[in-house]
Design a protein around this ligand. Structure first.
Ligand SMILES: *Cc1c(COP(=O)(O)O)cnc(C)c1O
Length: 492
């Protein structure tokens, strides 16, 4: 029954405070070789603290085992298949980590003068150019620190453009297949969101846009490939129409993992795009760690990008703050530099051919899963997909089994569940993104597990309702868990 499931030496672990035994220490600092100073003469008394209440007294071994055990309870790309749709949980080559840890990059202070940071500036300048080349854009800023932050940056640039031209626009059109962050970012940037429905085959039609496009619309904001994993195939004619009415086309490029080296969105009429370096360009993510959401724009919007811009004059790199039309800063200093190093390393290692092959393989893997599971699971849009495919629980609902039960049961089979109940346009959605980094053997195991679960839904639906059974913690009441979290370890 267990495919990759974990059993055996997964040890119970109390919280660190409960491991405390008075007098134990992990580290003993060397004795002072300078005279002791009177601390109250240096730091104001009210800012000094005596003992730290409840501070755990633990040995080095206690600490090492504590955190090692906790890390083993975790699931990540380095431990197994993680087909979380829309998140591109691909394997991140360790060479990128090595590059990011090079002391010359890792220890660099953001206030170092330009003469001493030429290498870092060069890396950023070249990364901007690579991203511009990949997307067909004219200028790129690396400053935003995540995808949604990039969306906000791009929309603020669009807003600034219309204000600068003396005719501000107030609306952004967003299709129902766009990512949830799109309307949120539009609202934050001060726009009114105009929703529009995709047509029957899951993509946007020109007619739908004609119905809502007017001279108050600053931009059409779409996600391509969209959130049901389909390529917006009418994008060129739609973009031409939006341009005719003086609007911009914003494409959420978080899913560039399907397009790199195959098509340049800029050539399809897209004016603004954000990249998710922590997805497509291989930075570990998912734990809320730092991300990076560079923004690419066409020429007309370049003057509005955040300051500073990186400039190259002959062979010298510098920071340009003299940009009167800029929307200002999106982030302290220059953005999340270490993520840029990882992306740069990844792009250089892959090369143009490698990036293209990554996208092609991502698409192939998703279609392989789609073709093998259709029939077993309901496939609402039976079209060739891009890098992810979306099923629903429609065939299983009759046995009282829903998407959440299927997802939980996958954990028993040793797989991280896919994205569930997203996109909202598909009821009970199961969104699978295998990525290019998985082998055929892994995909086949996953398919076998999904089929076994569909069989169980017919013969023993209760096993699914009770899943996961093989884990440390069984099915929790998710609402209660969120509202009343139990953060203390209880014996027995
Ligand atoms: C992940 C994602 C985002 C948001 O990116 P963050 O880095 O999490 O802010 C936006 N749009 C799409 C299509 C995404 O997949």
């Amino acid at each position: 029954m267990s495919m990759n499931g974990a059993k055996g030496l997964l040890l119970e672990e109390p919280v660190i405070f409960e491991k405390s035994s008075p007098g134990r220490t992990g580290v003993e600092p060397a004795s002072f070789d300078v005279p002791e100073a009177d601390i109250e003469g240096i730091i104001p008394k009210q800012m000094l603290r005596g003992a730290i209440e409840g501070f755990p007294d633990v040995s080095e071994m206690d600490i090492v085992r504590h955190y090692t055990r906790l890390s083993q309870w975790n699931f990540g790309v380095d431990s197994g298949f993680y087909p979380l749709g829309s998140c591109t949980m691909k394997y991140n080559p360790k060479v990128n980590e090595e590059a990011a840890r090079l002391p010359g990059f890792a220890m660099l202070h953001p206030y170092e003068p330009e003469e001493l940071t030429q290498g870092a500036l060069q890396l950023m300048y070249e990364l901007e150019n690579y991203l511009a080349e990949i997307s067909g854009m004219d200028a790129v800023t690396l400053q935003p620190s995540a995808g949604a932050h990039g969306e906000l940056c791009g929309l603020l640039a669009i807003s600034a453009y219309f204000k600068d031209k003396g005719r501000p626009r107030t609306k952004v059109i967003i299709p129902d297949t766009a990512h949830g962050t799109n309307p949120a970012s539009s609202h934050l940037a001060g726009f009114k969101v105009v929703p529009v429905k995709s047509e029957g085959r899951g993509v946007l039609s020109l007619d739908a846009i004609k119905g809502v496009m007017d001279r108050d619309v600053a931009a059409l904001m779409l996600t391509n490939p969209n959130t049901i994993g389909l390529f917006e195939r009418n994008i060129k004619e739609i973009a031409d129409f939006v341009h005719k009415k003086g609007g911009f086309v914003y494409c959420d490029g978080a899913n560039l993992n399907a397009l790199m080296g195959i098509i340049k969105l800029g050539e399809l009429g897209v004016d603004v795009i954000q990249f998710n370096l922590h997805k497509t360009f291989s930075t570990p993510h998912g734990g809320g760690g730092p991300g990076s959401g560079p923004v690419g724009v066409k020429k007309a919007l370049a003057p509005y990008l955040p300051v500073p811009r990186i400039k190259k004059t002959r062979s010298k790199y510098s920071l340009d703050f003299n940009r009167p039309k800029s929307i200002g800063r999106m982030k302290a200093f220059y953005g999340n530099f270490s993520i840029m190093v990882r992306a740069y390393s990844y792009i250089r290692r892959m090369g143009a051919e490698g990036l293209k092959r990554a996208s092609e393989t991502a698409i192939l893997n998703a279609n392989y899963i789609k073709e093998n599971l259709k029939g077993t699971y309901h496939l609402p849009y039976d079209e060739p997909c891009m890098h992810e495919c979306v099923f629903s629980d429609k065939y299983q609902l009759g046995s009282g089994v829903a998407t959440m039960d299927i997802a939980k049961r996958l954990i028993d089979y040793g797989f991280h569940p896919p994205t569930v109940y997203f996109p909202l346009v598909v009821h009970g959605a199961i969104m699978i993104e295998p990525t290019e980094t998985e082998t055929l053997e892994t995909l086949d195991k996953f398919i076998v597990a999904m089929k076994a679960i569909a069989e169980e839904a017919k013969t023993s639906p209760q096993a699914l309702k009770d899943a996961p059974a093989n884990t440390k913690v069984q099915r929790v009441d998710e609402t209660k868990a969120a509202r009343e979290p139990i953060l203390r370890w209880r014996k027995g």
